[in-house]
Structures are given as C-alpha cells and as structure tokens.
Design a protein around this ligand. Structure first.
Ligand code: DPP
Ligand code: ZN
Length: 883
C-alpha cells in the first residue's frame, strides 16, 4: 500500500472543462461513456495524461474522435495512461463496462434495494470511469441516463433536467445538465422506483425552488420531518450567512444501504434512510434531531464544500470542519444553545480525545494517508469544527461573518486550502492570529494548566497558564498553540464581576469601561507560560474558566470542590455550570475507581448527591439541561483519564454511583417521571423533547435498581408510551438488568417492529451495547438473526459498532470480545472495506489496557494483518495500531 503526502501536492498537468456522461444501465452490466474536453495546463506542453480507475473494464479510448492504438495508451487495474496526448485542447472519449449489481463496497455505482445509486466521495468516481479523480479538477457535467422504464421509472442526476423521453425496447432516458463546475466527488446518479414528497421554498431574493424528497412509495409519509428540516436549513442559511440556494431544484434521495450518513452531491443529496425517515411512532427525539442536523449539514455544503471546494483531500476539514460548525450553529438556533454545546463537547471528549491520544492521532489537516476514507474522522470533523468556532470566539459574530463573506468573494468556484480560509478571516478583520495555523498541523489535545491567586492588597487576581501539547505519531516535539480562553469571575454571591483592566506582558490593557461593564473576556494564551492579572477586583473571586468551552483543550485548574459546587450552583455560563458538575463527577469516579482497585468498600459522597438533588429540583433550569447535568460521564471518558484503563473497575464504579443516586433520590426521580408525562400528541420541539429527556433519564435511574416495583413502573411506561422516544427509553431502562422482564420486553419490541428495519436496528444496538454480564455470546448469536445482514452498513453499525459501546464486554478479560470483533472484521473486509475499517479502529487503543488484554487484542490485530487480500482501508488502521 502506498502512502500519499500533503507535501507532494502538484497542480494537475491537464484541466477538464466539460464532461458529458452517458450511462446505459442494465441488469448484468452498465456501459459508461464519457466525453471530456481536456485542456493542458501549459498550452503547447504535452505530458502523459494519467487517469485513475478501479477495476474497470475498458472498452475503448478515443482522442479527437480517433480510436487510440494499443501502443498509445496503457491500462492497469488502477490507471489509464494516455502517453502523448495533444498539447492543446482536445476531446477524450472513454467507454467502460461496470457491474453495479455486484458492488458491495457501496462506492461508485451500486444497487440498493433494487435501485441504482452512487457514492463518489472521496475516490469512488474512479469505480465508474477513468478520470482525474481529484477535487481540484472542476468541470461542467451533463449526464444522460438510459434504463428500463418499468424497472427504473425515475432517473436523476445533478443540475437541471434538460430532456427526457422513451426509447426502443421499453427503455427511456433523461438528460441532466449541471451549470456549476464541480469536482467528480459531487457527481450523482439515481435510477429506480421512487416517489417524492414535493414542496417549494422561496429564497431571500425571491427565487422559487422545487424541493423533492425521494423514497420507495410506502415511506413517503415518513419524510415530513425531513422536508421541514430542509426548509428550516434553507431559511437559516439565507438569514444567518446570506447564502442562497443557486438552482431551481433540490433533490434528496433516501437509500437503505449507505456507508456514511449522507452525501452533499450538487442538487442531488443522497442520504442513508436512517437520516431521512421519521414518524413519532418509529423515530426518537434523537433521530429527529439527527435528521434536522444532517439535512442541514448536507444542504450547507452547497456553499461550504460545493461552490468552494477543497484543493486536495488533506484539506477535507476546510469543508467538513466548517460545515459541522454551521450545522452545530443551526441546531443551537433551533433548540437550546447550551445543551447543544454540551452535546458537542461530550462528543469531542468521548470520541476525539481518545483518537488524538492514540496511534491514529492526526492533525485536523493530516500530513499523509493510505486510504482517504480513513480520514473522515472525529478529528477532521469535530475538532475541525472547534477550530472554526475559535475564529468566531476571537472575532465575534459580525467579524466571523465578514470573514465568511470575504472567503466566498475570493474563492467562489475554486478548490482551495485551509490557509485560504484563515487568510479570509484574518484579512476581513485586520486581525492578527499569530500562530493559529498550528491548529491545522499539530495533532494532540493541548493540556492547559491554570493556577490562580488573589492579592487583597493590590486588589489583583492572577491567572497563570502553562500549556503542553503531547507528542503524537510522527510529531515528537510541539510548539505552543494559540488558545483563546474565555473567562469570567464570580463574586461571593455568585454574580459576575465587571472586568475592566488587565495586566499582560507588562502592559495594562482596558477590557471595558465601568459604564459598559463586560463580564466575560477572551484571553489569548499563545506561550508555553503566560500570566494575566485582573486589576480592580475587590474580593477573592471564583473563576469561570474556558467559558462555553472556548478551545479544544484539556483544562487542569486549581479549583477546589467547594469552588466547583459553587460554580455548579451559580455560574452565569450554562456550559460551565454543567462542566463544574462533570469535573466533580470525574473526580468522584476516579477516587472510587482507586478504592475499588484497592478493595476498599465504595462509599458515596453525600455532597454529590445533594448537588444532583438541587439541580433536579431547580425549576428555573431547562429540562434538557437538567437531563444532561444529572448524567454521569461515560465509562470511556473515565478510562481515558487513567494510567492503565480498567474497564471492570470503571464499570462497577459507574453502576455503583448510578444506583446510589437512584436509591437516595428515588422519590425525586419518581416525581420527575410522573410530573413530566404528557398526554399530548408527539411534537418535535424543544420544550416537549426536553420534558421527555428529563423524564426518561429519571426512569433509567429508577430501573437500574432492579426492584420489582420499579421494573413494573418502567413496564407501565413502556406499555403506555405513544411515541418511540418514550417506548424505547422504557425498553432501555428495563433492559439494564438481565432476567425475565428484560427478555420479555425485548421479544415484545421485536414482534411489534419486525417489519421496520430502522427500528429493528435500534433493537440490535440496544442489545449490542448492553453491559449485562457475558453479553459477547448474545451478540454473536444475533449475527445469525434473520434480520441481520452483514452487507447493510446500518445493521453492522448497530450490532458490531454498538458492541464497542459496552467496554466491559468488548474488553472482556478472556478476550472473547476481541476475538469476536477480529472475526467479524475479516468477514466484513471482503464485503465492504470502508465499514470494516471503521470497526477495526476499536482495537487502536489496545496499549491503554493491562498486559493480559494487550496480548489478546494484539493477537487479533496480528491475525487481521496476516489475512490474505486485506484491503488498504483495514491495513492502514491495523498497521498503524500495531506500530
Ligand atoms: N457526506 C459526508 C459529509 O457530508 C462527506 N462529505 O460529511
Ligand atoms: Zn460534510
């Protein structure tokens, strides 16, 4: 396998101006003809034209209408090289034969439930035809599709429908033309039996856009929320960024077999049906929110990704980090900003921090890859979004908007780099971002330490920062980063203290005048060690540090438990209120883990119980916020903080605390459930979902006690539920403990929903993630359940992916969890390497565990590495994990 490096980037020798494609779709083969206008970069200079291809059968190549002779080109399993093409504009015509019906990789052109569809990002277009498969080749496309009319009545591609009509032999055709230049990864084609939900949207300038969401006819009723989401996203981008949709038609197609969540192909988004289909009876509030977010995300790509795209795949975060940031902001505006921030930061900590501390650690802009598919990561996406958020924290909303406007003004229609985005932000604001670009090139989560001190004589309050970026593979030594630290100070009554002046670097700086007080300021920490001193502080304050989580760092502070309980009760920054509770919970859990390991009986800290009780009873708080604030950090998060991760200890401790809270707050939890039941029909809005979230969190606590009365209480919730959110939460609550009640309710749920594969996937995931003892065997058995199918990524993500969600079972001491996963990865790799490689990454942090587990996990990685015909995808992850 060949590694590709950012430093080796070269401009292409040839540009493509127009691409006319023709697809003759058939049952056993498809013929693809392409006609490309090729332009040498330097007129008069001819060099070999190298095209990418992946296992294509070449039928013919023509240059300027003449069939090439055998000696004028060379074809291999991965390339087609035209040796001496003309040195000025010419046409290149290529015909290939492909077999979509046997394409299980779900990359290129393939079939899903009998329909044809495509997935080209990152490098799938080369499975369709020979092409310069790289994002800096931007061309105008037309696409003619021919297919059997009764089998494939709907024929879709990018852009506008130019003509359609019947052909001989029961066939028909459609001709599509996309007026915008695009890289080939945004090409799409769909052909099949589909029906649409139609609507319209009027953009800010008064253009009426036709909106269509396509699914098999029986699912059309489940697309109402997706349509609502699309219209909300279009309106939001009009209003917040002044970004208007640019064509008269926008199509979304839902398919059941899809590697990713969704794909932003120009005007023809293709979605995993999980992220389109919803009804109150079959989808949870979380599903509804995910649909809103992902429909928004793909729509937002029309500007951040499509109109301005990436020069090369190393720049992926240019479009993904930015578009994730945009979908985060969209959901914040549609619901609770604080709760959204909490969820996003949790996601970063649970998934990205471990990646950044392991063998797959890479910068937001990676330096190299073997398979680009392996770099659609939480680092590129979530940490990338944090990097974009820091610009906004530094510039404010209007400064950020100015930067975005300049970015589009400069780069519309271009394929650009992360530096171009940085430059637009800086130039539009006359700002100096110093060494900020290091966020794109240095991997690893920076550690930021703060020590504080108050001097009553000088009435000054000092914050001393020191930072360290841990070494990561290939990057042993790091430079200090530019860390924006948003801070506030609380007085003894919990009120924010006005911030006026600050000493830094020997200079006195004005923060704000006394008449227009400011309560939060952003410190720019740029050195290894640095001090900031607030003046005019009359009492010893309690600091609120890194408000809103202003930078993706691990913060160590000298706050005492008393300070943290104080912040939990008073901080005006909602995120930091939650954070104070989390810091307390992490400390409590780590202390108990150490007791557990020393065989010291576990004792619950009553202060913590009181803290949770007061949050639970605080009627001034948002209910979804309460649900978040009473939820303990996950097991993975705690293991991540240990020298040697101990899944058994962490699991026992977390269960212990959960049960203690349930026991000591039983009455409070029962009233939380009863007071938050609703007899209203299901509506997806913030108030209602917050109420359900709180009720269901309380229910899970209660049912953890495994007490007959409380299990019946939960069963009653299950039986009386009128929507999937409540029904599934009750199922989860009951399924926490092994036994008859669990078995019966799981069987009942399956019987109710066996006809709906998206609901059945929830049922798989719930069982896979279960912490019940010895669950490896159950999961193994479910592999042969009639509803399971290794070829469908959603099913794999639910059952195999879900299994990794139970550390205590995945890391079973006897190695059974590792063995199970090792076997599955090898089977999957033959079917779908992208999906297999996502699964194998569960092994990557094997060195974090004790020696016994290390040996068992390592053996599985070695077994995978020694397999014949291993894909590059799995090879890259497995070999880097072992390195
Ligand atoms: N479809 C994936 C996303 O939108 C890759 N572009 O993030
Ligand atoms: Zn994206």
């Amino acid at each position: 396998p060949k590694e590709i490096f950012l430093k080796d980037y070269k401009m292409p020798d040839y540009f493509f101006e127009t691409v006319d494609l023709k697809f003759e779709l058939g049952e056993d083969k498809t013929i693809v003809s392409s006609k490309i206008t090729v332009l040498p970069r330097i007129e008069g200079v001819s060099s070999p034209l190298v095209l990418n291809g992946h296992d294509l059968k070449l039928l013919s190549v023509k240059v300027d209408g003449n069939e090439l002779k055998k000696e004028d080109y060379h074809v291999s399993s991965r390339h087609l090289t035209v040796s001496t093409p003309p040195s000025s504009t010419f046409t290149l015509e290529i015909v290939t034969e492909i077999y979509p019906q046997s394409n299980t990789s779900l990359e290129g052109l393939y079939k899903s439930s009998g329909n044809f569809c495509t997935q080209c990002e990152a490098e799938g277009f080369r499975k369709i035809t020979f092409y310069q498969d790289r994002p800096d080749i931007m061309a105008k496309y037309s696409c003619r599709i021919e297919a059997d009319k009764s089998l494939y009545p709907v024929l879709l591609s990018n852009g506008n429908l130019i003509s359609k009509g019947d052909l001989q032999g029961g066939k028909h055709y459609a001709l599509w033309e996309d007026p915008f230049k695009k890289p080939c990864y945004l090409f799409a084609l769909v052909a099949g039996q589909l029906e649409s939900r139609d609507d319209t949207f009027v953009t800010c300038s008064g253009r009426t856009v036709a909106l269509r969401i396509w699914t098999p006819s029986q699912d059309v009723p489940k697309t109402a929320h997706a349509m609502y989401s699309l219209k909300a996203a279009m309106k939001w981008d009009d209003e917040v960024f002044g970004l208007e949709y640019d064509l008269d038609l926008f199509n979304i197609v839902a398919v059941p077999d899809f590697d990713m969540g969704a794909m932003e192909n120009k005007s023809l988004n293709i979605f995993n049906s999980k992220l389109v289909l919803a009804s109150p009876e079959t989808a949870t509030d979380m599903d509804y929110a995910a649909i809103l977010g992902v429909i928004g995300h793909e729509y937002f790509h029309n500007w951040t990704g499509n109109r301005v795209t990436c020069r090369d795949w190393f720049q992926l975060s240019l479009k993904e980090g930015l578009t994730v940031f945009r979908d985060q902001e969209f959901l914040s505006d549609m619901g609770s900003r604080i709760v959204k921030r909490i969820s996003d930061v949790s996601k970063l900590r649970i998934y990205q921090f471990p990646q950044d501390a392991g063998p797959m650690a890479h910068p937001v802009r990676p330096h190299s890859y073997i398979k680009m598919d392996n770099f659609y990561t939480v680092t590129v996406y979530q940490k990338g979004a944090e990097v974009v958020r820091m610009y906004k924290t530094l510039l404010g909303s209007s400064g950020f908007r100015k930067g975005m406007d300049l970015y589009f003004k400069r780069h519309d229609g271009q394929a650009v780099t992360c530096e171009d985005f940085f430059a637009a932000m800086q130039d539009a604001n006359g700002a100096d971002f110093a060494n900020f670009l290091l966020w794109y090139s240095q991997a690893g989560t920076p550690r930021l330490k703060v020590t504080t001190s108050y001097n009553p004589e000088t009435r000054t309050y000092s914050m001393k920062f020191s930072q360290e970026v841990p070494s990561t593979p290939g990057q042993p030594v790091k430079e200090p980063m530019f860390i924006p630290v948003s801070v506030g100070l609380l007085d003894s009554s919990g009120k924010d203290i006005p911030l006026t002046t600050l000493y830094h670097d020997g200079l006195l700086q004005t923060i704000a005048s006394k008449d227009e007080p400011v309560f939060t300021t952003v410190l720019r920490v740029t050195k290894k060690e640095e001090e900031f001193v607030f003046s005019d502080i009359s009492v010893r304050p309690v600091p609120s540090l890194l408000r809103g989580y202003s930078a993706p760092v691990r913060l160590d502070s000298d706050l005492t438990d008393t300070d943290l309980f104080f912040l939990l009760a008073h901080d005006s920054d909602g995120f930091n209120r939650w954070e104070a509770g989390q810091v307390l919970a992490r400390k409590l859990m780590l202390n108990l883990v150490s007791d557990y390991q020393k065989n010291i009986p576990l004792v619950m800290n009553p202060m913590f119980v009181d803290g949770i009780r007061s949050i639970l009873k605080d009627t001034s708080l948002d209910k979804e916020f309460i649900a978040k604030a009473i939820t303990l950090p996950g097991e993975g998060e705690i293991m991540d903080l240990m020298e040697v991760a101990d899944p058994d200890a962490v699991h026992s401790v977390r269960s212990f605390i959960k049960k203690q809270l349930a026991l000591q707050l039983k009455n409070e939890f029962i009233s939380t459930v009863t007071e938050n039941r609703s007899s209203e029909p299901y509506v997806f809005n913030h108030q209602n979902l917050a109420q359900r979230a709180l009720k269901n969190t309380a229910l899970v606590y209660l049912a953890s006690l495994d007490d007959t009365e409380l299990t019946d209480f939960a069963l009653n919730e299950y039986n009386s539920a009128t929507n999937m959110t409540d029904q599934f939460a009750a199922l989860q609550a009951i399924a926490q403990n092994p036994g008859q009640a669990r078995d019966e309710v799981l069987a009942d749920f399956y019987k109710k929903w066996s006809h709906d594969f998206l609901v059945v996937n929830k049922w798989f995931a719930l069982q896979a993630m279960s912490d019940i003892p010895g669950n490896v065997a159950n999961v193994q058995n479910l592999l042969s359940h009639p509803a399971f199918d290794m070829r469908n990524p959603n099913k794999v993500y639910s059952l195999i992916g879900g299994f990794r969600g139970s550390p205590v079972n995945f890391h079973a001491k006897d190695g059974s969890g590792y063995k199970f996963l090792g076997e599955v990865v090898l089977q999957l790799d033959k079917i779908n390497p992208q999906v297999a490689s996502r699964m194998v990454s569960a092994f990557s942090r094997w060195r974090r565990y004790d020696e016994g587990r290390q040996a068992l996990a390592k053996a599985q990685l070695e077994r995978i590495m020694s397999a014949n015909g291993l894909s590059e995808n799995v090879y890259e992850i497995a070999s880097k994990s072992l390195a």
